[in-house]
Every structure is written in C-alpha cells, then in structure tokens.
Design a protein around this ligand. Structure first.
Ligand SMILES: O=C(O)/C=C(\CC(=O)C(=O)O)C(=O)O
Length: 313
C-alpha cells in the first residue's frame, strides 16, 4: 500500500535542475483537523510514464501520484482534496481527472482549458468532478493568453456553475483589476494574491488585495503557501512549531476579515520551491496560527470548501 513516506520517482523525464522533491515521512500534526476537513489546494504530477508532462511546460517535476496524495490526505487527517491542474500538464487534464475519478467522490478538480474545448468535454470534466478552471498569470509558469479568450471561457463555464481560480503576483493586481472584476463567476485567489510579506500588512500592496475582496463578494481566497511566501527563513522542518512568522499577519488579517470566503490547502507537492521542502505535518500545525478559534477553523477547513466544492452535501 502507498504510504505518505514513499520515495518520489521521476520516471522517463529528467527533472528541472535543482528540483526539490516532496518531503517524505511527514510528521503527525499536533493540530487535530476538524472532521470533514478539505485540502483545497494540491496537485498531482504524472506519474510521467502514465501521464506525460506537456511539451510547453516551464518545469519538469518529480512524480507525485494520486496514491501518494491520498496517502498524505489520510496521514494528515483530511477527508477530501481539491486537485488543481498544474502548468506542467498544460491543458491535458488527464492526470487530475484520473485522480478525481478514482477518489470515490472525495476529490474535486480545477482544470485548465483552452478556447477550443468542446461543450461535450466540459461536461465530461464536470462529470469527473471538475468544478472550475484556473487562469494563471504567473509569467515564470505560463505564456500569455489573451484576456478575451479567458473571458469567453469564463462565460461558458459559468453556465456549469464552475468557478475561476486566479494565480497572479501581487504587483500585477492593478493591471489585472478590470479583468478580474469583470469575471462572471465565483473567483478564488491562489495564495492570497502572493503578497510581498516584507511590506507592511496595512501597506498599499496588501490594502489593494483587501479592497479587491471587500468590494467584490464573489472573490474568495486561499490562505495558502506560507512556505512559498515567507522571507524570514524559518521553515516548517525539524519539529519547528513556529515557522513562517512573517506570513502570519497577512493570512490572519484575511481570515479575520473574510471568515466566510477563505479556504486552505497544503499545496503538496509544493512545486518550484527553491530553498526547502516543508514537512506537511508541520504545515497543518500552522493553521491554528492563522485561524485562531475553533469557529474560524471550522469555516476555513470544512464549511467554506464544502460550500464551494460539494454544495450538494
Ligand atoms: O502550487 C502552486 O500553486 C504553485 C506553482 C506551480 C503551479 O501552480 C503550476 O504549475 O500551475 C508555482 O508557484 O510554481
């Protein structure tokens, strides 16, 4: 049986130089997740031998299979996953769809689609558990797609009741504002809009993000990725119970201000981290530092993601 500490493999592909593999042997979290908790942002990679990486990809990861993801889910104490299509698979959603389809209803997916996707394919994705598309504006990950093409896709998926997940860098929010605020769906922002956490939490950059959420009730936020955003050097490793201190004020502000529009996820297998790979057990222990009461934790981990991804339950 696959365990959460199985070793990563890379199949027929050669990993990007300097690639950090996901952490094996994650610790048992001290924080006990509420029953029914959802890991609302994670990925599967390949395995490349079965689901080849896309020719247009900007990085080649180590494999991170559905079995390994679900072993981690069980180890950490989550009940469900939302599997987000990663750019290394381009618009070929096969690995993500396969993960959802074989989860016994415990996983939903976020896909990448192109303008030429057929209605039949959208319906097939829906039937497999897909509930949204991701628009990625992070320049190191994707080539530019014209906004009118994305708006056309958003209009079509809105009819299925899907959401749009947006991934962008904070400095690009002013330029993307008009486009984001024109989206006709629920909009879910990855990683708090990737703030520069060396700036003040009430400085102009993060104020703009808070204004974006305050003025647009359809905008939700993943308070994820302290390990990606942190600049203070304290990692969730070796039993460290107080890592990523510089990210805490940002995440806590969003959770306190918009408790009904926040969700959380591991971001396993943590693509493209450069300095360290976190122990996912310790990442779970980060949650009570940003959602500081049982009520906030219940909303963040259960009520909110269930409303977004399993509204029928
Ligand atoms: O886990 C994430 O969200 C982050 C990624 C990879 C990614 O999103 C992708 O490949 O689509 C990143 O910042 O490199």
């Amino acid at each position: 049986m696959t365990q959460a500490n199985d070793k990563p493999t890379s199949g027929p592909f050669e990993k990007t130089a300097g690639w950090l593999d996901w952490y094996t042997g994650p610790s048992q979290p001290t924080f006990k997740l509420p029953a029914g908790a959802v890991d609302a942002h994670c990925h599967v990679f390949g395995p490349g031998a079965e689901f080849p990486y896309a020719p247009e990809r900007k990085y080649t990861p180590c494999d991170a299979s559905k079995e390994q993801l679900y072993a981690l889910r069980d180890h950490l104490g989550f009940a469900r996953n939302v599997v987000v299509q990663a750019t290394c698979h381009g618009a070929d959603n096969s690995a993500m769809v396969d993960a959802c389809a074989s989860s016994g209803g415990k996983a939903r997916g976020i896909a990448t689609v192109k303008r030429d996707v057929s209605d039949a394919e959208l319906q097939r994705l829906h039937d497999a558990g897909v509930r949204g598309v991701r628009f990625n504006f992070v320049k190191r990950l994707v080539d530019f797609t014209p906004k009118e093409e994305l708006l056309e896709i958003a209009g079509r998926i809105a009819k299925l009741g899907w959401q749009v997940v947006i991934y962008f860098e904070a400095r690009d929010l002013p330029e993307l504002w008009d486009f984001f605020t024109a989206l006709p769906t629920t909009v879910v922002v990855d990683h708090m809009g990737t703030p520069d956490v060396t700036q003040p939490v009430d400085g102009p950059e993060f104020e703009l993000f808070v204004k974006f959420m305050r003025e647009h009730g359809n905008v939700w936020c993943k308070v994820t990725c302290p390990e990606r955003l942190s600049r203070d050097g304290s990692a969730a490793l070796a039993g460290q119970q107080d890592p990523y201190k510089d990210v805490v004020p940002f995440a806590r502000r969003i959770v306190d201000t918009f408790p009904d529009r926040v969700i959380w996820g591991t971001d396993w297998p943590h693509p493209n981290l450069k300095k360290h790979m976190p122990d996912d057990g310790l990442l779970v222990d980060f949650i009570p530092r940003i959602a500081t009461t049982p009520e906030l934790q219940q909303k963040l981990l259960v009520t909110n993601p269930m409303r977004l991804y399993w509204p029928e339950l």
